[in-house]
Design a protein around this ligand. Structure first.
Ligand code: SF4
Ligand code: SF4
Length: 222
């Protein structure tokens, strides 16, 4: 495991998905160990608006492992990142610090995020995605693009806040909504949960209805 050299810690200040006591414990330990530390209010927001911040960090501390990894991929981080879940990995993180004291004294910064947009959007677990394109076909708001047989999240701001519908129909359980409270959607589960057939049927029916009404609307405005 890489020793923390330069870490980014997310406080999840908008949806409060992290344990405050554990956050304080980890921040104090990282500062005491002299790790170069950048604290952010919302890493989901940074992945869209400040992907450059991901480049220099080698450790990411926030919510779930798969989620943090998918956010790094989305932000275009090409080198290896080590991820820690604040709610479950405090001991492991503290052990790493004790084993590898650092000398970046006072290298500490805290960023606030602009709150004019709630960073609710999907990221993709590339270890699971089979590039079937169903999410791009399902979403009516242009959040996904399916180009050259690869699917990508291209318009996160188009996503409807608190709606994780596309995650429910993904056959590979590869779509993660970091801020969801559902473990099979927010990246907490390491197990693949296949979509429920009945639920999928009703989602498909709703999609067809939405597509039909969108077609009617287009014809009306001609
Ligand atoms: S969902 Fe995870 S990555 Fe996003 S703001 Fe909350 S802790 Fe940070
Ligand atoms: S529906 Fe799931 S598996 Fe298919 S392209 Fe989208 S994310 Fe990948």
């Amino acid at each position: 495991m890489n020793p923390p050299n330069s870490a980014i810690l997310c406080k999840c200040q908008i949806y409060h998905r992290l344990d405050d006591e554990k956050l304080t414990q980890v921040i104090t330990a990282l500062k005491d160990a002299g790790v170069r530390l950048r604290i952010t209010e919302d890493l989901c927001h940074d992945a869209v608006h400040h992907p450059e911040k991901f480049r220099d960090a080698n450790v990411f501390i926030g919510c779930h492992h798969r989620t943090l990894q998918a956010l790094c991929d989305f932000a275009g981080k090409s080198d290896q990142a080590t991820v820690f879940d604040v709610n479950h990995d405090v001991e492991k993180l503290l052990d790493t610090l004790t084993a590898t004291p650092s000398d970046h004294q006072d290298a500490y910064s805290e960023d606030t995020v602009c709150r004019d947009w709630i960073a609710w959007y999907p990221v993709i677990d590339n270890n699971r995605c089979v590039d079937c394109g169903k999410c791009a076909d399902f979403c009516m708001f242009g959040v996904y693009a399916f180009e050259e047989k690869k699917v990508k999240v291209v318009k996160p701001s188009g996503c409807k806040t608190d709606c994780p519908a596309c995650a429910r129909m993904c056959p590979a359980n590869a779509i993660i909504f970091p801020k969801s409270t559902e473990a099979n959607i927010n990246g907490a589960l390491e197990l693949v949960v296949k979509p429920d057939a009945k639920q999928n049927e009703s989602l498909r029916a709703r999609l067809q209805a939405r597509k039909a009404s969108a077609r009617l609307f287009k014809e009306d405005v001609k």
